[in-house]
Design a protein around this ligand. Structure first.
Ligand code: AKB
Length: 325
């Protein structure tokens, strides 16, 4: 029996994760089977990377349905969302986009009998009443940001559609994601990407978090691996239908600065905390991801030192050659 052809739609494909995930999916399924979409038409360089592209507002269920039909889509990686820091500036729109967008995709999954859905959650689902160190899979969750509230509610919706309608939706609680191929936008963990650019080209960085603010983080290659691994695991192995804790590394701004100074000794860091400090303070310092390790054999490959070496080398090449999209 031959395996059915999978046609994949990625929403929010022009974002930091979407850009890299789209490329990884193209390598796995073939360029003609991956349709990138975003609410905005990306710059030409990024469009070239994304391949087949459709402008799509996930808040419009009719447009979503038309694209699903047009390309005979069988799986959706639904990434379109507003992140924590921007969400605090536009709380109602963040709620609408993050919640209604997800519900539109889950409804379409039922109506069109889609094979699988991927939807990212975040460490933002945790809050001040959550244990900060080695945060367990199941614990008190009282998020303080609109983004976190929407992710926690979204996890509930995913589990509901799985139980009630049998939608095979899978999800990971990403920590801050760090990669060199594309820039993040609107998150509290974004400093950990920006710092490499400023270290290389200015020799100094002003950090919007305090020196000792530990946060869970992950190198992009690990995040892509985790995403593809959970999506390819046997359905029976997925015991968590809300979202899995996922851990790569944890570090503070002072520690990433020290890791950079091992390569660029004159690099200087200054601290000027802003409103994002309160968001970071409400999140865990480290994550227990033993359930993911047990269920689908998750294991990260990168620590801070290894990631820093790769980031410094590739950000330099990327910026000089205009490869960062
Ligand atoms: C953010 O900072 O908002 C995101 C996240 C941790 O989900 N990177």
């Amino acid at each position: 029996m031959s395996t059915p052809v999978e046609n994949i739609l990625v929403t929010g494909a022009a974002g930091q994760l979407g850009t890299e995930l789209t490329v990884a999916l193209q390598q796995m399924y073939g360029k003609n089977h991956v349709i990138a979409s975003d609410v905005r038409i990306p710059r030409e360089e990024r469009q070239e990377v994304l391949g087949i592209f459709e402008k799509l507002d996930v808040l419009n269920p009719q447009s979503l349905g038309e694209i699903l039909d047009k390309y005979h889509i069988t799986q959706v990686y639904h990434l379109a969302a507003m992140l924590s820091a921007t969400g605090e500036k536009h709380p109602k729109h963040a709620w609408q986009l993050n919640m209604q967008g997800l519900i539109n995709v889950l409804e379409a999954a039922v109506e069109k009998n889609l094979h699988k859905i991927y939807w990212p959650s975040s460490i933002a689902v945790f809050g001040p009443t959550t244990p900060k160190e080695n945060t367990p899979q199941f614990c008190s969750m009282e998020p303080t940001t609109v983004y976190g509230i929407s992710k926690l509610a979204g996890e509930g919706w995913c589990q509901y559609y799985f139980r009630k309608h049998g939608v095979d939706v899978r999800s990971l609680r990403y920590p801050g994601l760090i990669g060199y191929k594309s820039m993040p936008g609107g998150g509290t963990t974004d400093y950990a990407v920006d710092i490499y650019h400023k270290a290389l080209f200015n020799g100094v960085y002003e950090c919007f978090l305090e020196a000792d603010t530990y946060l869970p983080m992950m190198y992009m290659e690990d995040a892509i691996k985790a995403t593809l691994d959970i999506m390819h695991a046997d359905s029976d192995a997925i015991s968590v239908r809300t979202s899995y804790n996922l851990s790569g590394m944890s570090f503070s701004p002072a520690e990433i600065a020290k890791a950079i100074q091992a390569h660029i000794p004159h690099f200087q860091m200054h601290y000027k905390p802003d409103f994002r400090q309160a968001i970071a303070d409400s999140w865990p310092r480290s994550i227990d991801d033993s359930q993911a390790r047990k269920d689908w054999q998750w294991q990260p490959d990168y620590d801070l030192a290894r990631m820093t070496a790769v980031m410094l080398e590739n950000v330099k090449i990327g910026v000089e050659q205009g490869l960062i999209v």
